[in-house]
Design a protein around this ligand. Structure first.
Ligand code: C2E
Ligand code: CA
Ligand code: CA
Ligand code: CA
Length: 279
């Protein structure tokens, strides 16, 4: 039993070491990725399902690593949040989005507002507002060109700082949407205190609207609450015509999901902005 115990301990230490090595390696690779521009942004349209018009875009990061291949954001964003590298990544994203918007404008295209995902740690720092302002200014853009997507948890973590940051963004004309709405813990009363523009109904509820009574009830409740609070609504992860019909019937017209368009590289999005979505 003693021998076995030591083997287990050795095994455990080895696993720990492997994990530590892996983390170090990943941290180094992320640093390199930033330096070498291995990240790219894809954009997913937000569509007014009544008219078929693209009314917004969400920027979604992609990592094409020469060593690791294609790494989806869920595999490195949480790690980058822990290692602190998320600040630099978020900054890269805001910069890249502003550069893209400026490029579209230079081509005579009027892009809709582009939403960026910002991670929590960053949001609570004062420097966020300065960073966003600087990126906008660098590319001659106004705040109205940008939207930031935050999760409920991020806002609730430090209500005072969140209030100040949201007010600053608002003053700049940057809109704010709550991502994955309904999945975080949220005291709904806070919604009234924050200058929030949009609620994004989480995909898990949208998946349920035509399948289970709960998904339909929650979705309906969010739509009616948002409507009476004069908040905009975006339904996330709309995949079927049935879901679209349910949402339209219940007063939610703006949708994002595979039914309309997958996240696409800039060249493809440029074409969509010029020609519209194939309908
Ligand atoms: P999210 O912000 O909730 O983004 C929506 C995710 O749902 C995206 O996954 C998108 O590709 C996917 N999606 C869109 N429509 C559909 C649909 O109809 N069906 C299904 N099944 N999925 C759909 P993605 O791009 O893999 O991003 C995953 C998460 O990674 C994001 O969730 C966001 O939390 C994070 N993320 C992505 N880009 C960034 C970024 O630039 N910065 C930060 N901090 N986080 C990011
Ligand atoms: Ca998002
Ligand atoms: Ca979301
Ligand atoms: Ca999500």
């Amino acid at each position: 039993a003693k021998k076995e115990g030591r083997n287990n301990a050795q095994f455990f230490m080895q696993a720990l070491n492997d994990a530590a090595c892996e983390r170090l390696l990943l941290e180094r690779q992320l640093r390199k990725a930033l330096a070498n521009e291995e990240f790219v942004l894809y954009y997913q349209p937000q569509v007014d399902a009544d008219s078929g018009r693209i009314v917004g875009l969400e920027a979604l990061i992609r990592w094409q690593s020469p060593e690791l291949g294609f790494v989806p954001p869920v595999s490195f964003i949480p790690f980058a949040e822990e290692s602190g590298q998320i600040m630099l990544i978020d900054e890269w994203v805001v910069h890249a989005v502003c550069r893209q918007i400026a490029a579209w404008r230079a081509q005579g295209i009027t892009p809709p507002r582009v939403a960026v995902n910002l991670s929590g740690c960053h949001f609570l720092k004062k420097s966020l507002v300065e960073m966003v302002a600087e990126c906008l200014q660098n590319f001659g853009l106004e705040g109205r060109h940008l939207e930031v997507e935050l999760t409920e948890g991020v806002i609730m973590r430090d209500v005072e700082q969140a209030t100040a940051t949201l007010a600053d963004l608002k003053r700049m004309g940057v809109t704010v949407s709550i991502d994955d709405f309904g999945t975080g813990y949220s005291s709904l009363s806070y919604l009234r205190r924050f200058p929030i523009d949009t609620l994004k109904i989480d995909r898990s509820f949208i998946t349920g609207v035509t399948k289970d009574a709960d998904g339909a009830a929650i979705t309906t409740a969010i739509i009616s609450m948002a409507t009476s609070m004069r908040l905009d609504i975006v339904a996330e992860g709309v995949e079927t015509a049935e879901q679209m019909t349910f949402l339209l019937d219940h007063g939610c017209a703006v949708m994002q999901g595979y039914l309309f368009c997958r996240p696409a590289p800039p060249e493809e999005v440029t074409r969509l902005l010029v020609d519209g979505l194939p309908m």
